[in-house]
Design a binder for this molecule. Sequence first.
Ligand code: C2O
Length: 576
Amino acid sequence: MATFPKILVIAIFSMVCSLFWNTNVVDATNTGITRHYKFDIKLQNVTRLCHTKSIVTVNGQFPGPRIVAREGDRLVIKVVNHVRNNISIHWHGIRQLLSGWADGPAYITQCPIQTGQTYVYNFTIIGQRGTLWWHAHISWLRSTLYGPIIILPKRGVPYPFSQPYKEVPLMFGEWWNADPEAVIAQALQTGGGPNVSDAYTINGLPGLLYNCSAKDTFKLSVKPGKTYLLRLINAALNDELFFSIANHTLITVDVDAIYVKPFETNTIIITPGQTTNVLLKTKPYYPNADFLMMARPYVTGNGTFDNSTVAGILHYNHPKQSTKLRVFKPTLPALRDTSFVTNFTSKLRSLANAEYPANVPKNVDKHFFFTIGLGTNPCPKNRTCQGPSNKTMFAAAVNNVSFVMPSKALLQAHFLHQNNGLYSTSFPSSPLIPFNYTGTPPNNTMVIDGTKMVVLPFNTSVELVLQDTSILGAESHPLHLHGLNFYVVGQGFGNFDPNKDPAKYNLVDPVERNTVGVPAGGWVAIRFLADNPGVWFMHCHLEVHTSWGLKMAWVVEDGKHPNQKLPPPPQDLPKC
Ligand code: C2O
């Protein structure tokens, strides 16, 4: 599958498919329609880089099928697990207003779907348009279980930019020749860093810069003088990526399914978990050349990383092309070009107009200050480990609490008032022992293990400052919040200063999103309104850090009115 057909074709195709499974029903509660999908989780042999392996897929497809819907539509997705692994699917970035049971993170909002079991995810897309994505939310299975969610505006509502000629999803991924489940299992056993991936991919294809991969190159065939909407998604596990197309300019128009003020750039930075819609204007003539589109990592920490580059081809589809084409390559920023990243992210602004307002909380009910970073756990007795020392294992924490996955789903325990020691609500609102977060690291690097959450009354307005630590080296962390979008009101380097920094906040047109990069050796301030009852996971979207415990959860309580309460769980909610 080298090229993607028009979105429209897919939309019609998926509508026809859904007719086979069920008819489209008009939903009485909104103007949208109900769209049905069926996800059969099954194994499929796939060959990349001359390695053939059996991977976990949806419907045998890699990357997985795309979901196409309009704002206001209801999605009903029946997931049937035919593999030996436990499975859960998360609809990354979907707000899940009053539908927290469909969010998907295993042991947070649901028990996993066991072999032979089925679960139907049922939710409505409200107030979002752009690109999101779905992925497995258990262990490292998202390395092969992922696909795009394309949210078109409501019927008859135009984009706030000129209508593109075609729309193309571009998903970045990471490919291991080994089994990623074995890679993370081994790392957690030894306490060391996991083996890095063998390739990055665009729509599952590593591209021509890797050995034995030229035929697996994503090719985008275009016409001159047209505007294409590229829907970029970073589904890589552990790497933030720079992306650029040789000799072409990109206009950023939407991030995380929220429109932004358009701006031009040659290169974008995209962290795992983020999505970015860009307009690509093709040249007005047929150039006698092909143009490479390339992605490679932005690096901050001290760990090893996959230092390779994925390339795809932007090809102008000349009706009678004969001559050999020249090939142009883009120039990407240096691996550690933090100033590029800072400059790019500072340009992201909400539209903040009457139609698409930025509802930034102006008054804050509760302030939180969370440190984010790596730490250590002791190596079990009579063993040597491969952490920072042979006596330690790598860990990661928020306010020095390294999250321990519970044995049952937290949302269910919360809803049924059956905590029974599963979790505590004593998550610290600021570090228990303050230190110079970005200075010389403290001698004691040990974390505290626990399943701790923060409880927020309905409609609490929250300000949260996320502060990177230099405990095992400063590193940037893409923090992702489920169920609640936030506004990025400020960021900076060094330690956050509560007396000086808030004066510089942008409360007028800050970008609204679900995943934000906490700068290496710096901080970011976000604000959100806790208007969605449920249990909402927050974690680093670098999968290795999540595995090490860089995660926590918020409990948002029900409000007083019936439309402010989480409905009871669906009948088929999986059991642990
Ligand atoms: Cu995309 Cu909790 O994840």
